[in-house]
Design a binder for this molecule. Structure first.
Ligand code: IMP
Length: 464
């Protein structure tokens, strides 16, 4: 999609494909086979311990294989932020539990092959619930950590790069549901997966998803001590109980609606962090003055990136995109990167992309200005323009904004302020150079300011 003030560029990211999700489920099944075979030889009293092992190891292997598949680097964040949301997130977890449990009522009574699967599942659940240590470790410790890492920390994170947030959350929830490999838990896990995904998307940390998962699985585990799990999974409920369940679900949906509005409002006020792909603190200050207040900018040093960014493009746009991608892809952060050039008509657009090194590698601003004036000697047409391209990576989207200012090249340097070619650039409609203007004056009309204003408009409109 292209708007009249920005251009969306096809991303070069290695996006997840449908086949990857099939592969993840297949990995888990494949890795489970040898462990299940091994564990089937365990003596009866170690049966649950064996189940724990044949869950944990295949899961770890699946996470390892999935990380390879998506080529992800780094570990997910587990940071505990947004402390005031704690009670609301917990309430939400139980509201989703009720809704998730109720969806199981939609399923018909199991029969045929489903009856066999159901009975086996039921037996396994009974065994897990009966073994207080291995059972709890599996259900309430291993599952929350490993499943959140896989489904939210890797899969959803990768999906958020490709799809709009809601689409990504829905797909990850369905994959999470399918992973449970039976229709009863499929519905329940899909519903919960939506909540877990939403919270992960909003907080960017696995802390809350793990906490929610732990709370709900612990609740199921404790409930399992008093109740036959089959009661959880099929409708051995009376008419009256079903009515109660529906009422409770409606009430829970109301709570979810209220919480959703609350979370949306809360997160619209939390500052969003953007990395500016520059090592130049002056650039950050200039950008900060123009962008909305709820945007927090960080430079490459703060991100911990030390190597210099490559700029080998043939155009300003290519360079801006190249710089942005060198940060956005490996770090999974939102990034803006800019590239600016001075284009002189009678020099066929030079120095252009080579503005910084017009007089050679490591040339000073003064060397560049001297070379420019020399090239311009005797030229009547002194028309020129500054152009800034800003490339932005906003989740799955990659966008460029352009700003330009027309003017002429002075016959000699004038003014002390500014930097680069400021002392020889006279903007159209003025009789002084950029270097003779105050910073405020320049910032009102400059090429960079124009590109930044478009960027601000985009951020305001998209609430990014
Ligand atoms: P950059 O892409 O912002 O690093 O800019 C490349 C080169 O263009 C700089 O080294 C400067 O020489 C020049 N330049 C960029 N912005 C300006 C400006 O606002 N005034 C004067 N020169 C600039």
């Amino acid at each position: 999609m292209n708007s009249n003030y920005y251009k969306e560029i096809p991303s070069k990211r290695n996006f997840p494909k449908f086949i990857h999700f099939v592969a993840i489920i297949a990995y888990f099944i494949l890795f489970s086979i040898p462990f299940s075979l091994l564990v089937s030889h365990f003596p009866a009293r170690f049966k649950t311990f064996g189940m724990l092992l044949s869950y944990v190891f295949p899961m770890i292997l699946t996470i390892w294989a999935t990380r390879k598949t998506f080529g992800r680097e780094g570990f997910p964040s587990f940071s505990f932020q947004h402390k005031n949301l704690f009670p609301f997130i917990v309430i939400g977890a139980f509201a989703f539990l009720v809704v998730g449990e109720s969806t199981v009522l939609l399923l018909p009574e199991p029969s045929g092959i489903f009856k066999t699967i159901f009975d086996e599942l039921n037996e396994a659940m009974k065994a897990i619930f009966n073994d207080k240590i291995s059972g709890y470790l599996m259900i309430a410790v291993a599952a929350p950590i490993l499943e959140e890492w896989l489904f939210r920390g890797i899969i959803l994170k990768a999906l958020l790069k490709k799809y709009s947030p809601w689409k990504a959350i829905l797909i990850s929830a369905v994959v999470f549901g399918v992973f449970h490999l039976n229709p009863w838990q499929f519905l329940y896990a899909t519903v919960l997966g939506i909540y877990l995904g939403y919270i992960y998307w909003k907080t960017g940390s696995l802390f809350y998803p793990i906490l929610i998962h732990w709370l709900l699985n612990s609740t199921a585990f404790i409930a399992g001590q008093f109740q036959d799990p089959s009661e959880n999974l099929t409708e051995t409920l009376t008419h009256q109980e079903i009515k109660g369940m529906i009422l409770l679900s409606l009430f829970s949906l109301f709570i979810i609606y209220f919480l959703y509005n609350y979370f949306e409002k809360y997160f619209s006020h939390t500052p969003k962090e953007w990395i500016v792909a520059t090592g130049n603190p002056h650039k950050i200050q200039e950008i900060e003055k123009i962008l909305p207040k709820n945007i927090r900018l960080k430079d490459l040093k703060a991100l911990g990136h030390k190597t210099e960014l490559k700029e080998t493009g043939k155009t300003l746009e290519e360079n801006a995109l190249q710089k942005m991608r060198q940060i956005a892809y490996p770090y999974d952060v939102n990034v803006m990167a800019d590239d600016t050039g001075l284009e002189v008509e009678s020099l066929q657009g030079a120095p252009g992309v080579y503005s910084a090194r017009y007089a050679g590698e490591n040339a000073s601003y003064r060397d560049n200005v001297e070379k420019l004036l020399k090239e311009m000697e005797g030229k009547e047409n002194r028309n020129a323009r500054f152009r800034t391209l800003i490339a932005l990576s906003d989740g799955p989207k990659e966008i460029v904004f352009e700003g330009e200012i027309k003017g002429t090249i002075a016959n000699e340097p004038r003014g002390e302020r500014g930097f680069g070619y400021d002392s020889v650039f006279i903007p159209e409609g003025y009789d002084k150079t950029f270097a003779e203007m105050t910073q405020e004056e320049k910032n009102k009309i400059s090429h960079r300011a124009e590109a930044l204003k478009k960027l601000k408009k985009y951020l305001d409109e998209s609430k990014a």
